[in-house]
Every structure is written in C-alpha cells, then in structure tokens.
Design a protein around this ligand. Structure first.
Ligand code: SF4
Length: 221
C-alpha cells in the first residue's frame, strides 16, 4: 500500500486524506498499533495534504473540497491540523441544536431517563461535541436528515486526532458537580469547569455570559 501511495501521488498536485484512517490512522492505529497503521502525511512529505477526517467523513464535505479545488484551482484554507476551515472551523457544540439545553443546565443523566426523552444535552453521557471540529451539526448526513446527536448519542469526536485512545466515549469531558446551582449560574460554572479540557471557547462563553449579566445589572440600576 505504501508503494502504491507513493506511485499514485508522484504526479499529484495535492493529496486529500479522506477519512480519519488516511488523516490520522484511526481505530486500527490504537495503542499499541500492532499493524503499524500510518496516516498519509507520515508517508508522503513532498505534497500538500488536505485532511478530511471523520469516521465516517461527511460526503458533502468531500464533495465541497473537491469542487472548491476544481472551481478555484487552489487548495482551500486549512487549519493547523490541515483540515479545510470551511468545514472544520467550528465545534459540533457551536451549532448543536441541543445547545440551549447545555446553556440551561439541562442534561441527559442516563440514556433512558426523562432528559433523554426530552432531548436534553448529552454532555454528561460523554458527548465530545465541545472539543470536536466538524460540520456534523450543520451539514448532517443523508441529505441533512440526521447526525449522531440527533439520534440520541453523544459525539465521539471522530474527526479529532487520537480520539480512539482518549478513553471511553461515555466519559464526560470534565466532572461537573452541578447540584444546587441556579440555571444561569450552572451554565457559567460549566463553562469555567470545562475550560481546562474543552479549551478557550467554553471559557469565552462563560466570560460572555458574565459580561452580559454585568451589563444587564448596569442597565437595571
Ligand atoms: S455537549 Fe454535545 S449534545 Fe450538548 S450541546 Fe454540546 S454538542 Fe450538543
């Protein structure tokens, strides 16, 4: 396969690594990676490589990348991991339709509870949407019919490097002790508690909420 890859890539203008296997190695590269599964960029060093990860990746995303390159005769702008920004610049969490429940502190505690039936946020049952960059919550699958979160399962983070070695799909990103918080206070505490794992974006959310509250308080005085 390595020989084939080198042969077909010789005259290529660029290579699109289609899916998390080509982009990162994916589940067969899980520790200790007995078959030495290897992503394309660790084999080919002299060509631009565009990663379109996902397990599976979204068909419309691949179509969009190819169409862009054919139409404009250039490589789309990429993020630091080499993914096209037009599809990978936002987290699943940023456009998730369950986000109002996250902000309101309304969570599924287990998969068959009342919260699950009401479509609450899946954060506590392991959703990795807050740390995953992809277009699932906007493009979705099957002509936009659905995506995993809409089907009731948390995002497993399959477009992120190493997702297969990062622990259980059902382990929440951070331990949130929310009992006794008011609804608004809960959202902010979640933002601060998650910041260490989730990164700056959630912290920004908490900061913006705090700013809005301060502004609101100022207006009321
Ligand atoms: S944690 Fe998951 S289910 Fe909840 S709002 Fe974020 S992406 Fe959606």
């Amino acid at each position: 396969f390595v020989d084939q890859l080198k042969k077909v890539s010789k005259d290529a203008k660029a290579i699109i690594s289609w899916g998390s296997c080509a982009s990162y190695g994916c589940v067969q590269a899980a520790r200790p990676n007995p078959t030495r599964a290897t992503p394309v960029h660790e084999v080919i060093f002299d060509k631009p490589i565009i990663k379109v990860p996902g397990c599976p990746p979204i068909a419309e995303v691949m179509t969009g990348v190819i169409t862009y390159m054919l139409t404009f005769d250039r490589i789309p702008e990429l993020d630091r991991q080499g993914r096209p920004k037009m599809f990978y610049s936002q987290r699943i969490h940023d456009k998730c339709y369950r986000r109002p429940h996250f902000d309101a502190g309304q969570y599924v505690e287990k998969f068959d509870d009342e919260g699950a039936r009401k479509g609450y946020c899946l954060y506590k049952v392991g959703c990795k949407g807050p740390t995953t960059y992809n277009a699932c919550s906007t493009v979705r699958w099957n002509d936009g019919v659905s995506f995993p979160i809409q089907a009731g399962h948390g995002c497993i983070g399959c477009s992120e490097d190493g997702f297969w070695d990062k622990g259980s799909w059902y382990a929440r990103l951070t331990d949130i002790k929310g009992e006794g918080f008011g609804i608004e206070a809960n959202a902010d505490k979640i933002g601060f508690a998650a910041a260490g794992v989730v990164g700056g974006a959630v912290a920004v959310h908490a900061a913006v909420s705090a700013l809005k509250r301060a502004q609101h308080k100022g207006d009321a005085q």
